[in-house]
Design a protein around this ligand. Structure first.
Ligand code: HAM
Length: 471
């Protein structure tokens, strides 16, 4: 190899420095071709319209209520992180890292990614903020969008929302059980039928021996595997077990089961988790093929599938093509005792789960579940003319502060128009303020059911409304 002289290096370095200086950061409009057609939402992304918000409100409220009852506190993370966080945490050879990350170089040349999941962030934050000095376990929950460049289809988006909850700092199996119980309660209280799939994938030690057994078995079946699984054989043999292809599922029927290879510690841990669930009569399905798609798991893993039974009964694999491979899990989680150490922290056991909110909303709609009524207005404030409008706006504010449920259409002028809106909103009363009422110090109170109108002293209207609405 030719020797590189120090002088040459510094020459080269100077050249690079000059070149960097010359790079101008161009404004986006100069760099990108700007389309003239009406912009559309990106494939796999969607707007959440006002009509949908009732589902989101319900899920948010219910999920927060449950986890807060168990002492979990909210944490919020950035949407963008160093790419290497996810590569290290989720695993280089997982689908998420190999094909699903939204990764790019930012303007200062740093490699960054939109977060595909939240557990890596929880672990990073635990280390960054010295949470090991807090009383353990540290119980955290988060809620927000995740990004995966998945093939979009029903229930699978490129931006989707997760509700996640994680207990860090303790190894006790009661925490695994608690995470599963909270998950189960959430679906039960929503009224959605689910089946809980549980497995233990052991620790690094017991998995080493199991992987050898698994590989030996699959090598004999190689001809019957799909192309993806043939590649997985050399990379991530555990993932062979949960391939959604029918022929691979048939092969995995006779594959060695990890539970038979668990070490004493992992076996005891798993048994105790199941005992806690049995005590609370939480139904579950032991699923020896459940391995999950992220590399950080140890010991307990679980998933929530819609409806009782197997994925086939739950609707998976019913149609041909891509749909067949659709991931239908409504949520999933497990223990990840090595993750914090892997990211540079002290050895810290942890366990958690996250729920896919879009998929849960699809199921709520399919099941036609009754949604709680959205708070409806009782009183509509109508006005006629510029000065009454100003007075009506002040009255509106007073009514709001008094706690009445109110509605208005201050940008409209005609009374007919405003009464039509009040009718549509199905309010009980409409208050009408015109020039005449203003000069007399009165206001009209219209009972919307009978259409009867009464003139009330303006100063007594709050008292009158309180009496009529029994406030
Ligand atoms: P995950 O199984 O990758 O686990 O995702 C959790 C849930 O997010 C899935 O069960 C699914 O409901 C939803 N989900 C995933 N990808 C999509 C998508 N493309 N479109 C719609 N929904 C999707 C994790 O993310 C782990 N961090 C869970 C965890 C927390 N483990 C321990 N703590």
């Amino acid at each position: 190899m030719p020797k590189i002289k120090k002088k040459n290096i510094s020459k080269k370095y100077k050249k690079i420095k000059v070149a960097i200086k010359k790079i101008k950061i161009e404004p986006a409009a100069k760099v990108f071709k700007v389309s003239k057609t009406t912009p559309q939402v990106l494939r796999g992304f969607k707007d959440i319209l006002p009509g949908e918000q009732k589902y989101w409100d319900l899920l948010r409220t219910k999920a927060e209520q449950i986890v807060q009852d168990f002492g979990y506190e909210r944490i919020d993370f950035p949407l963008l992180e160093e790419t290497s966080l996810f590569i290290r945490a989720v695993g280089k050879e997982t689908d998420i890292i190999e094909k699903e990350m939204f990764s790019f170089e930012d303007r200062s040349g740093d490699q960054v990614s939109l977060r595909p999941e939240g557990t890596a962030q929880v672990a990073r934050a635990y280390i960054n903020h010295g949470m090991l000095n807090l009383p353990q376990p540290v119980k955290l929950y988060y809620l927000g969008p995740m990004f995966r460049y998945d093939r979009p289809q029903s229930g699978r988006y490129r931006q989707f929302n997760q509700f996640g909850f994680e207990a860090l700092g303790e190894m006790h199996p009661v925490l695994d059980a608690q995470i599963i119980i909270m998950t189960y309660n959430f679906f039960k209280e929503l009224g959605l039928k689910i089946s809980l799939q549980i497995n233990s994938i052991g620790c690094l030690n017991c998995r080493k021996e199991y992987k050898v057994q698994l590989l030996n078995y699959y090598k004999t079946q190689k001809a019957d595997l799909c192309e993806d699984c043939k590649i997985r054989l050399g990379k991530n043999p555990l993932r062979l077990l949960d391939c959604k292809e029918e022929k691979c599922q048939a092969v995995s029927e006779d594959a060695p089961q990890i539970v038979d290879w668990l070490c004493e510690d992992c076996k005891n841990h798993f048994v105790r988790v199941l005992e806690f669930l049995d005590d609370l009569e939480i139904p579950y399905n032991l699923n020896s093929r459940l391995v999950r798609g992220l590399d950080y798991y140890t010991k307990t893993v679980f998933e929530v599938w819609p409806g009782p039974g197997t994925p086939r009964e739950a609707g998976q694999g019913e149609t041909e093509g891509e749909e067949k491979k659709a991931q239908i899990a409504l949520g999933g989680g497990g223990r990840y005792d090595n993750l914090i150490e892997l990211l540079g922290g002290r050895p810290t056991p942890a366990v958690g789960a996250s729920l896919g909110l879009e998929r849960i909303i699809l199921k709520i709609k399919e099941a036609n579940l009754e949604m709680p009524l959205i708070q409806k207005a009782d009183i509509f404030v109508a006005q006629l003319g510029e000065t009454p409008k100003r007075k009506a706006m002040a009255l509106y504010e007073t009514l709001r502060q008094e706690g009445f449920k109110i509605a208005e259409a201050f940008s409209k002028d005609g009374l007919k128009n405003q009464l039509e809106i009040a009718n549509k909103l199905d309010v009980k009363y409409t208050l009408i303020l015109g020039q005449k009422e203003l000069s007399e110090g009165t206001i009209l109170l219209r009972d919307m059911e009978g259409g009867v109108q009464e003139t009330i002293n303006y100063n007594k209207i709050i008292k009158e409304l309180k009496k009529r609405l029994e406030k």
